[in-house]
Design a protein around this ligand. Structure first.
Ligand code: NAD
Length: 468
């Protein structure tokens, strides 16, 4: 049976490479091989060679192989979850690394099962036309560190299903989880179909500049997304950009604070807040503000924070020391500007690991950096409002639009409010839940293109119209 140790040994560099540290202790847990432009050339050549045969297998056979890959992931799920917890920091339990490993196989299976039939777009006396989708060819995928294995799957599974081959660069902070996932999946896939090249931003930039890629999928910060868009202009690959967010949640006056507190909490604090579509600023009607804040503090108090590999932990450390400093700084600025820390703050800066307590800040100014910048960590600003139009203006004021949520006892009323918010997804009485059949993507500075479901398959394909 696969163990954490055997999986880690299979992907660790024999010598040299980039040290990867455990965010709970600072200890080096392994070394990732570091790939360069020569390796990129080799991977591109192998992927180009493998692509026609892979495409010619057809949807049914590729789907069968994706399902077999999902079986392989299931067999190694516990080892993979353990590695994710050690490298990225999220706990084994709750919405943590076992959930992430389970999501990988669920997404592989759902991607294999998603139908994508050609559409008859014209059928009248003037003629007939059908819109179908073919493989784009070679897909390049560049990923972040927060959900390394799951987001890698969101990129490679639809690309493979559509008959593309994939060259993928994981984040330099979490290369081992993605290498391990690819090692498992590649027990099933033909050679050259999926290649993972660990390396830094320079290797990502080399991929973007390379003319061989027909499609680039990028998940990461808005800043890097803009750089990629500019740098890709010469070759004009198709782009899917899943970028940063600063999701607002709006609690309407008819919501029930006790009933929504736990879902609000996980909407904001899933993966210790390091989630693209987490709830990042909470607007609560003034009549409920204190009750919601208190109920959230109650939930925070019963969620143990500790190393991801500790079965009791529900919240883990931040993945990087840099992210710890960002959160620490935003909380300090909010407090200095008059925000009140009703729970959390005051991390132990001398203790090992990047642990920052779950923090709730009430009453920060509307333009506090904790409100208007993406904290990507466990610190939630809570702001009272009295006027619905005004709060919608605040919700829409930023240059990002990934997700949002509206919380109310009246779902129809919540939907009306939702229709006025500028975001790719607006959840009602929940936040951040994704589903393999439901398209997901941002607007404004959160990027463009959709992932998941039939729309996700289309976005890794090229359209082709046959007209008679
Ligand atoms: P990042 O932009 O710093 O890095 C992402 C990836 O880009 C890494 O693999 C990095 O090596 C690579 N990279 C860096 N410079 C590059 C360049 N010039 N050209 C090509 N590649 C380059 O992002 P991060 O810190 O890893 O991730 C956190 C961010 O990602 C947050 O803003 C978060 O909201 C966002 N995110 C978005 C989604 C989504 O689905 N919308 C999901 C997860 C994370």
């Amino acid at each position: 049976m696969e163990t954490y140790e055997s999986l880690l040994a299979a992907v660790t560099a024999a010598d040299g490479g980039r040290p990867v540290s455990d965010p709970a202790t600072g200890e080096v847990l392994g070394r990732a091989p570091e790939r360069g432009t020569g390796d990129l050339e080799q991977a591109v050549a192998a992927a180009r060679t493998a692509q026609p045969d892979w495409e010619s297998l057809g949807h049914e056979e590729r789907s069968r192989l994706l399902n077999t890959a999902a079986d392989a992931v299931d067999r190694s799920a516990e080892a993979l979850a353990h590695l994710i917890s050690r490298e990225q920091g999220k706990p084994l339990n709750g919405p943590g690394s076992r959930f992430e490993a389970g999501g990988v196989s669920a997404w592989l299976r759902a991607t294999a099962a998603t139908p994508l039939e050609p559409e008859r777009v014209l059928d009248d006396e003037s003629g007939q036309a059908t819109l179908g989708y073919r493989a784009a060819g070679l897909v390049g995928a560049i990923g972040p560190w927060n959900w390394p294995a799951l987001i890698a799957t969101w990129q490679f599974a639809p690309a493979l299903r559509m008959g593309n081959t994939v060259v993928m660069k994981p984040s330099e902070h979490t290369p081992l989880s993605v290498l391990a996932l690819a090692a498992i999946v590649n027990r099933v896939l033909p050679e050259g179909v999926l290649t993972v090249l660990p390396g830094g931003g320079d290797l990502g930039a080399a991929m973007v500049a390379h003319p061989a890629f027909d499609k680039l999928m990028f998940t990461g910060s808005t800043r890097t997304g803009r750089a990629i868009t500019a740098a890709s202009a010469a070759n004009l690959p198709r782009l899917t950009l899943e970028l940063g967010g600063n999701d607002p949640g709006i609690v309407l006056p008819d919501a029930d604070p006790a009933a929504i507190a736990e879902d609000l909490f996980w909407g904001a604090f899933i993966n210790t807040g390091q989630t693209c579509a987490a709830l990042k600023r909470l607007y609560v009607h003034e009549s409920l503000h204190d009750d919601v804040a208190e109920a959230l503090a109650g939930v925070a108090a019963r969620m143990p924070m500790g190393p991801g590999t500790d079965e009791a932990s529900m919240l883990g450390p931040l993945t990087t020391a840099g992210q710890f400093r960002i959160v620490d700084d935003l909380v300090a600025q909010a407090a200095a500007a008059g925000g009140r820390l009703i729970t959390g703050g005051g991390p132990d800066r001398e203790a090992p690991g990047n642990f920052f307590p779950a923090t709730l800040v009430t009453g920060p100014p509307a333009d506090a950096p904790l409100v208007v910048e993406e904290q990507f960590g466990p610190a939630l600003p809570i702001i009272a409002y009295s006027d619905l139009d005004e709060v919608i203006t605040h919700a829409n004021a930023l240059d990002v639009g990934l997700g949002a949520s509206v919380w109310s006892g009246d779902v129809e009323r919540a939907k009306q409010v939702a229709s006025r918010i500028e975001a790719g997804t607006i959840w009602i009485n929940k936040h951040g839940t994704v589903h393999p059949m439901v398209p997901f993507g941002g607007v404004k500075g959160s990027g463009y293109g959709l992932e998941f479901g039939a729309e996700g398959l289309k976005s890794v394909a090229v359209p082709q119209v046959i007209a008679t």
